[in-house]
Design a protein around this ligand. Structure first.
Ligand code: BG6
Length: 517
């Protein structure tokens, strides 16, 4: 058992060292306004920004969807969401916020519905001056994305432009395609109306405080960069483990599976952030170009045989936190013989100078033992021990853990002398936790990302090349799985475990094991 040394003091909050991205007045038009994403993520994030006076002055929300709401009944449904999520909110805040909400009901297939939008928006713009800036947020099922973009394009609300910060921007949620071919087809359908500077592909992991902190830690400090390479790093583990199952998303999830749901986006973004070269500036072009270069260095998988570098698993019935949970195939809405994976572990090698020979092990799954997302950088053993008879291999390697959630912070293990007359070595964990230091939970990732979209800042959004490369890497694996070739057979793991035994074997073959978070 490690001793824990907690560093609780010494935080100097430098108000003057902030990089501001001021939001701009804008109309926030949500397609899919009566849906799940709007209720769970968008409304709460906007309300939090409102409460912190971070919404721009000229701002309103126009909800668009099939549900036959009026402005009033839409506001009542928004109020229902807020009452549950923010029971402590004041009546004044609630009514001020709700007064910014309007609704445009109609059918996604009906061009007339889109054609009536410009007039509605202009009338609202006259009351809430937005300077013509408009965000169209696609919170519909993905099958409707292209339809909505085309409707907006034909209504003259969006058109391709060379401007760097165009007034009309479209935010799209994953999944963007199911493989490389469908991603490319989708992209060419929307780029008839939109240029890259107008497309905001959201990956909410990029808005998480702790994920943004990876950049600060790496590039606002001198001490990490010199050791951040194959000379000093033995390997890196990236874990995103969930205790939840598919919840109410059986239809979507059974089509997608863990590889598309988590790896094409969140996991590869984490990989890129921890392994990329320093960008020359934190702006959309430089920062995203480095992430692309990193993904270009990922050693390809072959469609004939993605194994033994990839393990896919599916949960069976088990127990999590003392509650009995069903197996994936017994979940409501999941076909009894489903072959969809709910867990993936993979070993990634990078073909570049910095990381040659350093494995990156990634794993993510549902219904695992604990909810935890973290990146653990394992440093190499010391070259020689002066503490004979203790050998270098007997000492714990230094491990730097970037804790993304639910615990947020950074820890570093170091070997140290245990106080006493004998020469005993013990492992200390220097542990820095956001909640101890800042005393508050981090804002939801959507808050930051919505603000950035309003400010016309694409830095924390995924660009075309990055999304395409992720599909490039994963499509051979998907093809092999669907063709039943190679060693990628589905392995089963009990809910409440850390995944299938084959995931352990993946590391054991290299003489390593997964960290127990
Ligand atoms: C989503 C996936 O993108 O991320 C979900 O579709 C997953 O399946 C979720 O549960 C995890 O996000 P977070 O922020 O809870 O780690």
């Amino acid at each position: 058992m490690n001793n824990i040394l907690e560093i609780r003091t010494g935080v100097e909050i430098k108000e003057n060292l902030c990089v501001e991205s001021p939001s701009e007045p804008c109309a926030f038009v949500i397609f899919g306004a009566s849906g799940d994403l709007t209720r769970r993520k968008l409304i709460p994030a906007l309300f939090s920004l409102y409460g912190r006076e971070m919404l721009p002055r000229g701002f309103y929300v126009l909800g668009c969807a099939r549900s036959p709401f009026s402005d009033d009944s839409f506001r009542r449904s928004v109020a229902g969401v807020l009452e549950k999520r923010f029971p402590e909110a004041s009546a004044a805040d609630l009514s001020g916020f709700l007064s910014l909400f309007f609704y445009h009901s109609g059918n996604y297939q009906d061009q007339g519905w889109y054609d009536r939008l410009p007039d509605r928006l202009e009338r609202l713009d006259a009351v809430y001056p937005t300077g013509g800036n408009r965000i169209y947020y696609l919170a519909t099922p993905p099958a409707l994305y292209a339809t909505v973009v085309e409707g907006l394009g034909r209504a003259g609300l969006i058109r391709r432009t060379d401007e760097e910060r165009p007034a009309a921007r479209v935010v799209v949620e994953k999944p963007l395609g199911l493989d490389l071919a469908s991603f490319l087809a989708f992209d060419s359908s929307i780029t008839r109306y939109l240029s890259e500077s107008q497309i905001y592909r959201i990956d909410h992991y990029l808005g998480k405080e702790t994920v943004q902190n990876i950049l600060m830690l790496r590039f606002a400090n001198q001490i990490f960069e010199p050791v951040w390479n194959r000379q000093f790093v033995d390997h890196v583990q990236i874990t995103v483990a969930e205790t939840l199952g598919v919840e109410h998303r059986a239809g979507y999830y059974d089509q997608a599976g863990a590889l598309r749901d988590m790896f094409q986006n969140h996991m590869f973004q984490l990989l890129a952030l921890v392994a990329m070269e320093p960008p020359i500036a934190f702006d959309a072009n430089c920062y995203r170009a480095e992430k692309v270069k990193l993904l270009q260095a990922v050693q390809g998988f072959s469609a004939e045989d993605p194994g033994p570098r990839v393990v896919r698993g599916q949960y069976t019935a088990g127990t999590i936190d003392g509650r009995d949970v069903p197996g994936y195939r017994q979940e409501e809405g999941i076909p009894a013989g489903s072959g969809t994976e709910t867990f993936v572990a993979m070993k990634i090698m990078l073909d570049n100078w910095r990381w040659h020979g350093v494995p990156f092990y990634l794993r993510s799954g549902k219904m695992l033992r604990r909810k935890v997302s973290e990146i653990a950088v394992y440093f190499k053993a010391i070259p020689h021990s002066i503490f004979a008879p203790i050998e270098p291999e007997q000492l714990e390697p230094n491990v730097l853990v970037l804790k993304i959630q639910p615990e947020e912070g950074v820890s570093l293990t170091v070997e140290a002398k245990r106080p006493g007359p004998r020469l005993c070595i013990t492992t200390l964990t220097l542990d820095y936790r956001y909640c101890d230091i800042y005393g508050v939970h981090s804002p939801d990732a959507y808050e930051r990302l919505l603000l950035d979209a309003m400010a016309g800042d694409q830095t924390l959004f995924v660009q075309y090349e990055g999304a395409k490369l992720a599909w490039d890497i994963l499509t051979p694996i998907l093809s092999a799985w669907s063709a039943g070739t190679g060693t990628g057979t589905l392995q089963f793991y009990q809910a409440g475990s850390w995944g299938p035994a084959e995931a352990d074997a993946l590391l054991a073959r290299d003489g390593r094991r997964w960290r127990m978070p």
